[in-house]
Ligand binder design. Sequence first.
Ligand code: KG4
Ligand code: ZN
Length: 353
Amino acid sequence: MMRYEFVLRKVATAPSDFQPMLILGIETSCDDTSLALYSVRDGVLDMVTASQVIHDDYGGVVPEIASRQHMQAMLPVYHELIRRNDITVKDIGGIGVTHGPGLVGSLLVGVGFAKALAYATGIPAVGVHHIEAHVLSNELEGESLQYPCVVLIVSGGHSQLFHCAAPRQYELVGNTRDDAAGEAFDKIAKLLGLGYPGGPALQALASSGDPKAFDFPRAMKTRNIDFSFSGLKTAVRLCIEKYAEIDDTVRANVAASAQEAIVDVLTDKTIRCARSHTVKHVYLAGGVAANGPLRERLQSACAANGMTYHAPLLKYCMDNGAMIARTALVDLSAGIDDARTLNVFARGILRTR
Ligand code: KG4
Ligand code: ZN
């Protein structure tokens, strides 16, 4: 299998005079057009997000439709953000834009917009790695990450465990072997006839079910800290197929038991990873970090193991422009401006050499 890596550039340690007081963050890697303003002094000022509901008709994100929807949403979202904060483009000191990983057509809309704005105004712009932004979404409420730490990133495209010895030191120590956690939620939700995205709908259905009703597989639970969710999806499908007709109670029980299996594996592996790296700080991030049972379970497991736990506010779990602006601050403050050379990439594991 091809291995794609994205090696973070080393940020110059020499102090830069440049302090971008207000940063515009732009996120278009999948199906959310999200723009935010981040003040270096006050944190997140505002965020406007256009979420694409059209994909529900197709049971998943259709890349070609997603990029067209970003094209339609970009200017209205930008103007809304500027108008309601009573600022002009001249007030923006720096631009951060997701340049990967993600859907190339969608990324191009954000990057194209960022570059056009940068060319026209001279505002510096930097590309942001989407996964690093999820990690730093934990800093959007003002507190800096504590190191060394372990971060569990769980989204529609990723289930990854990072060991971070210091800021911007990302060591990938656990990864999915097949489906990502969010993908598992979405596919199981689809089997249960729920809409897209399936995660929130599955959580809602599971709340009235019995998590012990079905004993679904926990792949590689004790063996390593990689993840595998495709066996769970198959087990759920086979379970559903046994019923000629599936009533609401069984549906809720299947949802609750499947969610339990995912939460169980994610929590267990994160704690084992933190223990094996003798780390005391654990962070959660990504769309699946919005899952209530996962948040509760990981929090109590951390407390039981003498570890601190932190997860972003729900609005910062899903893809958002605020985390992009926050992450861009690092490179912008170092005086970096990539406006002329920025390009997009579909895949690339976040790594620091
Ligand atoms: O981070 P994100 O917004 O986009 C990607 O970068 O992929 O994550 C989206 C994923 C979807 O798979 C969605 O079903 C899942 O996050 N998700 C949830 C919940 N809210 C969103 N999964 C489980 N429980 C939730 N409450
Ligand atoms: Zn994401």
